[in-house]
Design a protein around this ligand. Structure first.
Ligand code: BG6
Length: 487
């Protein structure tokens, strides 16, 4: 075979709270992320909270660097803060236009997340919200019109606020029932449109109050929350296969690469052990059991063990995922003495960095594809990859984004080589994010990924007008030629 498989999926990926907006329309409930402000690298975004004595405090509460949130803190909206999820870039009112742009590029797949609180505004009510269902039905219909296959992320780093506050999020097993009920509603309502489902986004990376709804972000509570998510995912897979055998399930892992900083044996061992912080999630969900090294991870995070019931063990085994999907943006390095997964370690002298310090490493994508496929031997899918950059539009909002074209071109070649030379069974690619949207880590708009420029600034000001960039036309050609014309 000389190029990409002929039925390869080419498309893009987005997440509701970064893209959709309409936060108080269609009877949508509030999400944990609705209380998260904008920010930047220098001024991290935070949740605005009120303590019992009336004091207002800010807490960083997503990803690795989450703060511990006190029991008496509840979220509040402040007039002097901007909350990007409220409007995002308003896919809610632009979905027809945006899906047409994706179709114009030739997408045959679009990965998007359904907003949990648009379907169940509180998360634990009896009946789903019909307005939310109607909105997504329209989105599915629009995709069908253009023969674009949907891939749905059931939960992208979020939860209804009510569930976070009432149950301390995923640390409570009640969440398993709430999630499975929500997933079943999606199968009932949208099962005729959709066969690719991702149970969770970047389940290995997200934690804390934003995505997991827990006030604590590490230690026993975090791993208990992860276990409950594993069980919820497995139950959903079992149920989804009962609904339709054609349903295929993945979950999404943040799998940017991790290299030893030197070939010193201590650094080599460090990188192997640190990588297990990621394998822990992939192994459990794709093999269906906890690997013996799990114990050493728990101990590293300060507790002896997790008690796993026989019933949960069976569920995990029966609910293994069908394929492994992951995000790949960059590679990091680690060395002996680091606290395991070194998220900030972009100190690879061989790599150029984006303005946000992310090391650009196309070959690393081939490395990671091989790493995963060698280990798991189930089909893989690159569900996120792209370059956050500062675009400079001309007076017509047109952007000449040659840097983005170069980034994607080089990553596509690495992916092609993994498939054609190394034999990796990779069946698709969805670029993050085809239409500019709000950054997850910084809450900025100026960190742009898209093929399409959206006229909006960091505070949500602008016309929201969509304008294709140079990369839009380049990507259209890539898809037309099925990647056989890469430079
Ligand atoms: C992934 C997430 O972590 O990376 C997306 O699944 C996110 O939600 C993407 O947007 C890029 O990160 P950022 O911080 O540049 O938006």
């Amino acid at each position: 075979m000389s190029g990409f498989p002929k039925d390869f999926y080419w498309g893009g990926a987005t997440a509701d709270f970064q893209y959709e907006g309409g936060f108080n329309e269609g009877n949508r409930g509030l999400l944990s992320h609705d209380y998260e402000t904008d920010g930047s690298m220098e001024h991290p975004r935070h949740h605005t909270m009120k303590l019992a004595d009336g004091t207002i405090k800010n807490y960083r509460s997503s990803f690795f660097y989450a703060d511990q949130i006190p029991e008496d803190a509840t979220p509040v909206f402040l007039d002097n803060e901007y909350y990007p999820s409220h409007q995002a870039v308003d896919f809610y009112h632009h979905y027809k236009e945006d899906i047409k742009l994706m179709a114009d590029m030739g997408f045959n797949i679009y990965r998007f997340s359904i907003c949990w609180s648009r379907i169940y505004p509180l998360g634990d009510e009896e009946e789903p919200n019909q307005e939310g269902i109607a909105f997504y039905r329209d989105v599915f219909e629009e995709l069908k019109k253009y023969n674009i296959e949907p891939m749905v992320t059931i939960c992208h780093d979020e939860m209804p606020m009510h569930l976070a506050l009432k149950y301390n999020g995923w640390s409570n097993r009640h969440l398993i029932d709430a999630y499975v009920k929500y997933a079943e509603t999606l199968f009932k309502e949208f099962g005729s449109y959709c066969h690719y489902w991702l149970t969770f986004n970047e389940i290995n990376a997200v934690r804390g109050f934003g995505p997991c709804g827990t006030r604590e972000s590490d230690g026993y509570t975090r791993y208990l929350a992860d276990h409950n998510m594993f069980v919820a995912s497995a139950k959903t897979v079992i149920l989804g296969h009962k609904y339709n055998l054609e349903n295929k399930f993945g979950a999404m892992y943040a799998m940017s690469g991790l290299y030893p900083r030197t070939c010193k044996p201590e650094d080599m061992l460090q990188s192997q052990l640190a990588r297990r912080e990621n394998w822990y999630f992939i192994d459990t969900m794709l093999r269906g059991y906890y690997h013996p090294y799990a114990k050493s991870i728990w101990q590293h995070h300060g507790f002896e063990t997790l008690e796993i019931s026989e019933e949960d063990k069976k569920t995990l085994y029966d609910g293994q995922l069908d394929f492994c999907s992951f995000s790949y943006y960059r590679t990091n390095t680690t060395q002996a003495g680091d606290k395991w997964f070194n998220v900030g370690g972009d100190d690879n002298p061989y790599l150029e960095k984006t303005p946000w310090g992310w090391g650009v490493d196309p070959l690393g994508l081939r490395y990671v594809l091989n790493e995963i496929y060698d280990r798991i031997q189930k089909p893989v899918f690159v569900v996120e990859n792209g370059m956050g950059a500062i675009d400079e539009p001309d007076e017509n909002d047109y952007v000449e984004d040659d840097y983005r074209i170069q980034y994607l071109n080089d990553h596509f070649k690495a992916m092609r080589d993994a498939i054609t030379i190394d034999g990796v069974d990779c069946f698709g690619y969805t670029m993050w994010a085809p239409i500019d949207l709000v950054s997850l880590s910084t809450g900025e708009m100026k960190k742009r990924y898209g093929f399409v420029y959206v006229d909006m600034d960091d505070k949500g000001r602008g016309t929201l007008k969509r304008t294709p960039k140079k990369s839009f036309y380049w990507m259209k050609h890539v898809i037309e030629t099925n990647g056989n014309d890469l430079e």
